[in-house]
Write a protein that binds this ligand. Structure first.
Ligand code: ADP
Ligand code: MG
Length: 601
């Protein structure tokens, strides 16, 4: 019988292999960025067009290649990174299989330009569908530029399989983030459709995290550091009070390579123990350095999974280092009041009718508009008037029925009736009750209802800035801002897109500090993005709450008598003054019977 087995031609073999390594534009981006890093580049530029369908171009200032190596690099199993099988157990580079360039060239049109620093002239190679079309000398600086055009042009099935530009771009961005995080000492530029998306200057890890995820991360991170004979652990974890119900940022890097590991995730999560509720997720940027002989990175073609030979020890190392860092943080809480835990106020008994504080309804001294800025006055007055529409008449009636016998004397009495305690609670009394108000929750509630009203009525109240402020946002946030621009305007921001990731702000909500524009907008967008994971949350609620928390006064602030008066009046003008937007009590009342229980006679 005739023999029928044939060796596949290289081009077909490479196309098949490409199916494993190159699944989508993001895989090309990952391979090219990693090659540049292996080539010791200090500066890398990533350019994409049409989500990488049309063009993926990576330029680096790394070692470059000789003319022969440039040609060789596209051969299958061509690598400069493995010399013998022993090296497989000591891998210090990102690549080692020598498959990426061959695979990419098999399914696209590639142009490579490369030059080593000591060569007089560089090399340019054009290759398409795995076939070299042209090779010629090329004048250029040291480094390598690889342009990948029309990915999957020769495999229509693959090309059709790609998702929308938005989805593919976000895969690319994810890869970019992972590489950029692992290498804060490298300068990166990311250009999408000719617009600069991200420019990351070289710096330390914290600076890189902040550049990628926003300024709010400046206050969210706790350093992690542990050295053992098995592995070194470093990086940052997210403070417990900044952990979310939605999965935030969770990054493991092993020898600077991004990996996924549910096992190690569990180790970190368990390190937080009771500090975060079960349904909340730890956030982290953790770098594990381990002897390459103790891991096997070869088990997954795209290398995001890894096998540790001593998994259990690593688990305990990770868990205890998380615990230790959290412990240190807990002993020395930040002086930033934002980070202080909210004090839990016990709910009043279900059956007691709440008795709010006395209110000087006709107090001639009460003026909620005590600020000097006349422009702001008009704005604030408008917002106060809006608030009054929310006013709950029934609530007032309850107050007066309860305390009708002392109403007269208290309302007209000039004596001081509110006390601030621990710069945190406002204390007042009616004839029958002692009332404790949490000042932070009270102010948040006032602002929350104000913002909800603005969002519901599509009417933003804005204070014009003398000079417009330019705000640069991380690209993910900038994109989200475009989606909810109207809502952001109704919150009181007069804001316009300025190209790239830049925005110009010419008006801000009244009472907001100019210096906090950037962090407040970033926090707002971050909260919105997080809320998308929980579809039951209403966008208006999420945005109003975020603003209220950002702009609200904090516990720990000394208030003047006027400020206390104003706050209490505003609180009781709210639709539902007793409970916060999340349903927690804002004040508690203690009747004489409650007090009697506290004392034994
Ligand atoms: P691997 O990275 O696994 O070795 P690749 O196919 O990605 O395989 O690359 C093949 C070879 O081409 C590399 O080993 C390296 O020698 C060379 N190379 C690829 N990209 C670059 C670059 N940007 N700068 C210098 N050399 C490169
Ligand atoms: Mg490679």
């Amino acid at each position: 019988m005739q023999d029928i087995i044939q060796l596949l031609p290289d081009t077909i073999a490479n196309q098949i292999a490409a199916g494993e390594v190159i699944q989508r534009p993001a895989s090309v981006v990952k391979e090219l960025l990693e090659n540049s890093i292996d080539a010791k580049a200090e500066k890398i530029v990533l350019k994409i067009k049409e989500a990488g369908r049309q063009l993926i171009m990576v330029t680096d200032n790394g070692t470059g290649m000789s003319e022969t190596d440039a040609r060789m690099s596209f051969e299958r199993h061509a690598t400069s990174k493995l010399k013998s099988s022993d090296d497989l157990f000591n891998i210090k580079t990102k690549g080692f299989r020598g498959e990426a360039l061959a695979s990419i060239a098999a399914v696209s049109q590639v142009e490579m330009k490369t030059k080593r620093n000591f060569d007089v002239i560089g090399t340019k190679i054009e290759i398409a569908g795995g076939k070299v079309l042209e090779q010629e000398p090329s004048a250029m600086e040291q480094g390598t530029t690889i342009s990948v055009k029309n990915l999957f042009y020769n495999i229509p099935a693959r090309r059709n399989f790609l998702k929308s530009n938005q989805v593919e771009t976000s895969h690319i961005t994810d890869e970019f983030y992972r590489v950029a995080l692992a290498h804060p000492d490298i300068t990166f530029h990311y250009i999408n459709n000719d617009a600069e998306f991200l420019r990351l200057e070289k710096g330390n890890l914290k600076q890189r995290i902040v550049a990628l995820f926003g300024n709010t991360y400046n206050e969210k991170l706790i350093p992690l550091s542990e050295e053992t004979t098995i592995a070194t652990v470093s990086g940052f974890i997210v403070k417990p009070d900044a952990c979310k119900k939605t999965r935030g940022e969770q990054y493991f890097f092993v020898n600077n390579r991004f990996i996924r590991s549910t096992y190690l995730h569990h180790a970190v999560q368990s390190g937080y123990e009771s500090l975060i509720p079960k349904e909340q997720h730890a956030g982290y940027f953790i770098f594990i350095n381990i002897d390459p002989a103790h891991i096997d990175i070869n088990i997954h073609p795209t290398k995001t999974e890894i096998k540790f030979f001593d998994e259990k020890s690593l688990y305990s190392i990770l868990r205890s280092s998380v615990k230790r860092s959290l412990g240190i943080y807990n002993i020395t809480p930040s002086i930033n009041f934002d980070l202080e835990q909210h004090i839990e106020i016990p709910l009043p008994d279900k059956n007691t009718v709440p008795s709010p504080p006395t209110l000087r309804l006709n107090n001639p001294h009460f003026n909620p508009f005590t600020t000097k800025d006349s422009e702001r006055n008009s704005v604030v007055q408008k917002s106060m008037l809006d608030l009054r529409q929310f006013n709950n008449k029934a609530y007032w009636e309850v107050i007066y029925e309860q305390d009708s016998d002392n109403e007269k004397s208290e309302l007209t009495s000039p004596e001081k009736k509110y006390f601030q305690f621990l710069q945190q609670y406002l204390i007042t009394k009616t004839k029958k009750n002692l009332i404790l108000i949490d000042q932070q929750l009270a102010h948040e509630k006032v602002l929350y209802e104000k913002f909800i009203l603005q969002l519901k009525t599509n009417r933003g109240i804005s204070q014009k800035l003398m000079f417009p402020v330019n705000v640069e946002l991380p690209f993910k946030l900038s994109e989200k801002l475009k989606e909810i621009l109207d809502a952001i305007k109704f919150l009181g921001f007069d804001i316009e897109f300025f190209g790239n990731n830049s925005w110009v702000v010419s008006g801000i909500p009244p009472n907001m500090k100019e210096s906090s524009i950037n962090p407040v907008i970033e926090k707002l967008l971050a909260d919105f993005i997080d809320s998308l994971q929980l579809p039951e949350l209403e966008t208006n609620h999420v945005l109003a709450l975020s603003m209220a928390r950002n702009l609200g006064l904090k516990n720990g602030k000394l208030l003047t008598e006027d400020e206390i008066n104003q706050l209490i009046n505003e609180l009781f003008a709210c639709e539902n003054p007793q409970y916060s937007a999340n349903g927690n009590p804002i004040f508690i009342t203690l009747a004489s019977a409650d007090l009697e229980k506290l004392f034994k006679k």
